[in-house]
Design a protein around this ligand. Structure first.
Ligand code: SF4
Length: 114
């Protein structure tokens, strides 16, 4: 997730100055049009694609690992906060030793099955 935000900021930091540079050389209305397409095509669309890929890759970890029911797991970053490491489907940073049931896990699971 951090990489998505980082590269979105990098693309924004390049796109906006580039748009300001070409501002003097093209017609004002065309500049707006180019600006909107550039921001969408260079900044927003790649970020959305990266996020979908991240979500797809993370889905299995979020739903089907021991970490998904652990109170130390941060779903949004797919991160074990206790060990500051990213678990995978085949590997848990603590090997299950530090697992602690997340409060409200069963209620959350029941709600998602309805
Ligand atoms: S403490 Fe263990 S079970 Fe809990 S999130 Fe971290 S690696 Fe997963």
């Amino acid at each position: 997730m951090g990489a998505i935000i980082y590269w979105t900021l990098v693309r924004t930091a390049i796109t906006i100055p580039a748009l300001l540079l070409v501002f003097e050389y093209i017609d004002y209305q065309l500049w707006w049009l180019i600006g909107i397409f550039a921001i969408y095509g260079v900044v927003i669309h790649p970020a959305v694609l990266q996020y979908r890929k991240f979500e797809e890759k993370s889905k299995e970890i979020i739903e089907n690992t021991l970490c998904s029911s652990c109170k130390h797991f941060d779903k949004s970053a797919v991160l074990c906060m206790k060990h500051d490491k990213h678990p995978t489907v085949d590997w848990l940073p603590c090997d299950g030793i530090h697992w602690e049931l997340k409060e409200g896990y069963y209620e959350e699971k029941a709600d998602s099955n309805r």
